[in-house]
Design a protein around this ligand. Structure first.
Ligand SMILES: [Zn+2]
Length: 192
C-alpha cells in the first residue's frame, strides 16, 4: 500500500505557487526593477486562473506620462491578454495601495480582488484615505486584501526615498522619480 502521509510535510511546508505571497513576490520583483530605472518603485501583476497575465511597473518618468502607474499598465495588458475589458475573474496584486486614478480604473474593469502590500494613508483609495474600490454608489466593488508581504513592500519604497535623500545631501542628481515626490509641494505620497 502506498504511503499516504509525508512525514516531512510538517517540517517543510510545501511551496504554494498560487498563494498571495507568491504573486506579491513577483510584483515586488517588478517594483525593484522600477527602482533600478529611477522610477518610484511600485510593481503590479494581474492573475487569471492562477496564471499571471500582466506584469508592470511604474513608468511615469520613462514614458513621461502621469497615468503610467503600474496598475494602469497592468490593466491594459490584461485586457489585451483576455481580449475583453471585463476583468471580473482577475485579481490584481500591487506593492502599494492604489491611488484614486488606478482605483477608478480597477472598478471600471471590474477586477474581482485587489491585493496590496504597503498602505497609503495619505493618498490610498483602497481604504487608506478613500475607499473607491468598495464605494456603495459605484456599480462594482472589489474584494480587498492588504498587508501581503507588507514589510518588504514598505521597505522597497523606504530604501528608494532614503537613497533620494542621500543623493540630495551629497549634492548628486536624484532619481527622476524621486524629484517630484521629495518636493514638499509635490504629490501627496512621499514615502511611508
Ligand atoms: Zn495609481
Amino acid at each position: 500500500m502506498r504511503e499516504m502521509t509525508d512525514p516531512s510535510a510538517s517540517i517543510d511546508p510545501p511551496l504554494i505557487l498560487t498563494s498571495d505571497e507568491h504573486f506579491m513576490r513577483e510584483a515586488l520583483r517588478l517594483a525593484r526593477k522600477a527602482a533600478r530605472l529611477d522610477e518610484v518603485p511600485i510593481g503590479a501583476v494581474i492573475v487569471h486562473n492562477q496564471r499571471i497575465i500582466a506584469r508592470a511597473w511604474n513608468q511615469v518618468e520613462t514614458l513621461k506620462d502621469a497615468t503610467a502607474h503600474a496598475e494602469m499598465l497592468a490593466l491594459t495588458q490584461a485586457e489585451s491578454a483576455l481580449e475583453d475589458w471585463r476583468l471580473a475573474e482577475c485579481d490584481l496584486y500591487v506593492t502599494k495601495e492604489p491611488c484614486p486614478m488606478c482605483a477608478g480604473a480597477i472598478v471600471h474593469c471590474r477586477v474581482r480582488r485587489v491585493i496590496f502590500g504597503c498602505p497609503d494613508v495619505k493618498g490610498g483609495a483602497a481604504g487608506g484615505f478613500w475607499n473607491l474600490l468598495q464605494a456603495p454608489n459605484l456599480n462594482h466593488r472589489c474584494e480587498i486584501t492588504q498587508g501581503v508581504l507588507g514589510d518588504e513592500c514598505v521597505g522597497v519604497l523606504k530604501d528608494f526615498f532614503a537613497e533620494a535623500r542621500r543623493r540630495k545631501a551629497a549634492g548628486l542628481p536624484h532619481q527622476k522619480g524621486a524629484a517630484a515626490k521629495t518636493d514638499p509641494e509635490g504629490p501627496v505620497f512621499d514615502g511611508p
